[in-house]
Design a protein around this ligand. Structure first.
Ligand code: NAP
Length: 285
């Protein structure tokens, strides 16, 4: 039951109607006995500044940020935490005493999804150089000591830009590669951070199936469908296939912990995400 003491958290994005974050956080608050509610607000880009000011004025305790506001929101915040500043995108904001601080938990979500898989001393290929790719790459480069990070995408200049940034910031060996040239790089771990595999691209693979080798870890950030074409092919080739759901839950768990200071109820959050995706389909965190 909501009361006059109930804290409010929300999602700000456009669109938001397919997001499963309300279900994930509502279940987490219930499981931990936190008196809080979570709503999704569709905010067009032209209203973002007003929305953030309104959130502060209303005393809303925190919010998630999704497409297309992850970069634009930063200029409306009082502070951006170190990793989010380096990544250049914010997906979680905590508001305390009227002060808004931005964080990025996508990288931590990805590391949670990859936990138990050795990344140190291995060649990790990341497909894409957008917001999620940057978060994943920065988290791996800063904490996992990979032998090499290969950034692959259809625009060589953008792939080179991210590879150079990783090298400069973390001293990690990082190289750009075309999507066609990836097979020659022989990655041990392959991470898809492009939307290929989700609707309307469900029949598409971000790389040729020849790149896949037995024993390779293949992690697809796409979580709807739960098994993308890439993951289906990876399983058929004897790879270790990991879907995007664990990252979705992991980034939400990290947000919950930032907001509440309580260990996130991962199992409950995962079940809520699975149920919500089954019922309504999801396309945004
Ligand atoms: P983004 O910032 O828009 O980046 C998209 C990336 O995909 C860019 O590198 C883009 O390259 C590339 N791309 C787009 N269309 C492509 C195509 N047809 N062929 C090849 N490359 C293409 O998006 P994002 O926020 O990083 O999200 C990327 C994916 O990760 C989405 O599917 C999103 O749902 C998923 N994601 C999942 C989670 C999770 O928790 N599981 C969290 C965040 C994101 P160009 O610049 O060349 O177009």
């Amino acid at each position: 039951m909501t009361t006059s003491r109930t804290r409010l958290f929300c999602l700000v994005g456009d669109p938001v109607d397919h997001s499963v974050s309300p279900e994930i956080f509502t279940r987490a608050f219930e499981a931990c006995g936190v008196d809080a509610a979570y709503l999704a607000f569709r905010v067009p880009s032209r209203c973002l500044g007003e929305a953030v000011a309104g959130i502060r004025a209303l005393g809303i305790s925190g919010f998630n940020v999704t497409i297309p506001h992850k970069i634009a929101v930063m200029r409306h915040l009082d502070a951006v935490e170190g990793a989010a500043k380096e990544i250049g995108a914010v997906n979680v904001v905590k508001v305390e005493g009227g002060r808004s601080v931005g964080y990025n938990t996508d990288g931590e979500g990805a590391l949670r999804a990859l936990s138990g898989r050795r990344l140190s001393g291995r060649r990790v290929a990341i497909l894409g150089y957008g917001g999620a790719a940057r978060a994943v790459a920065f988290s791996i480069a800063s904490s996992q000591r990979p032998e090499e990070i290969i950034i692959s995408g259809r625009d060589p200049a953008k792939a080179m830009g991210l590879a150079q940034r990783l090298g400069a910031l973390f001293g990690v060996k990082s190289t750009p590669s075309s999507l066609d040239g990836l097979g020659k790089a022989l990655p041990d771990v392959l991470i898809n951070a492009t939307p290929l595999g989700m609707a309307p691209w469900v029949e598409e693979m971000p790389v040729d199936r020849d790149v896949l080798r037995e024993g390779m870890v293949v992690f697809d950030l796409v979580y709807n469908p739960a098994e993308t074409k890439l993951l289906g092919e990876a399983k058929a080739k004897g790879c270790i296939a990991i879907g995007g759901l664990e990252m979705l839950v992991g980034q939400a768990a990290a947000a919950f912990e930032i907001w509440t200071g309580i260990d996130a109820p991962l199992g409950e959050m995962r079940r809520a995400a699975e149920e919500a995706l089954k019922v309504r389909g999801g396309s945004g965190a």
